[in-house]
Write a protein that binds this ligand. Structure first.
Ligand code: GAR
Length: 217
């Protein structure tokens, strides 16, 4: 898995969080780092592309480095170049999209090879794109969930790191389903980051698997 972020030589992996909204996944990651659930990582910077988000406010309150880089009215390559510069200035080696609701340019993806993660509120490849939970509910699925995956040039398409599934209840509506998926998201993202920074996993074809499980020495 060349180019991906691992906790090499004891130095913590530096996470760059990108968000566009309330930031509950970002807060779950921050909590997991504080409590040692994620080892070998620290948050280097939090970037919001939307003004006055809950996520940006929370970063400020936690005393974490943060930046507001508004994307509205900006061309994607120009805005992405600004974000790349900010992430590089903070020496970020693993980018975590946490409710970042804008497509990334191929240039952005190329700037962080195998080092951009996303969380999506469906069991991919089902229901990519916006309002995944409502899409799943309207389709009538019996099992829903979330996916943490590497980001490539295609929407919600990169290699899957892990998924968590929950049953859709008779009593659910789209909102209650989204709420219960979010609880799973908060667990899944920390677990996935932990796996990536551990350096114990690699990408083979489209599979994220333990390195050399059969190796003997
Ligand atoms: C989360 O449900 C996340 O999975 C979703 O946005 C929400 C952000 O919530 N992301 C996507 O749909 C990306 N395609 P949060 O701001 O509370 O973390």
């Amino acid at each position: 898995m060349s180019g991906s972020a691992v906790a090499a030589g004891g130095a913590p992996v530096r996470l760059g969080i990108l968000l566009s909204g309330r930031g509950s996944n970002f807060l779950a990651i921050a909590h997991s780092i504080r409590t040692g659930r994620i080892k070998g990582a620290q948050i280097a910077v939090v970037i919001s592309n939307v003004a006055e988000t809950g996520g940006l406010k929370a970063a400020q309150e936690l005393g974490l480095p943060h930046a507001l880089l508004i994307s509205r009215g900006r061309k994607r390559p120009e805005h992405d170049a600004e974000m790349i510069a900010c992430l590089q200035a903070h020496q970020v080696n693993l980018v975590c999209l946490a409710g970042y609701m804008r497509l990334l340019s191929p240039e952005f993806v190329a700037a962080f090879p195998n080092s951009i993660l996303n969380i999506h509120p469906s069991l991919l490849p089902a229901f990519p794109g916006l309002d995944a939970q409502a899409q799943a509910f309207a389709y009538g699925v019996k099992v829903a969930g979330c996916t943490v995956h590497f980001v490539d040039e295609h929407l919600d398409h990169g290699v899957i790191i892990l998924q968590r599934a929950i049953p859709v209840l008779e009593t659910d509506d789209a909102h209650s389903l989204a709420d219960r998926i979010l609880v799973e998201e908060h667990q899944a993202y920390s677990e996935a980051i932990g796996k990536v920074v551990s350096g114990e996993y690699e990408i083979r074809e489209r599979r994220f698997v333990k390195c050399n499980p059969l190796a003997t020495d």
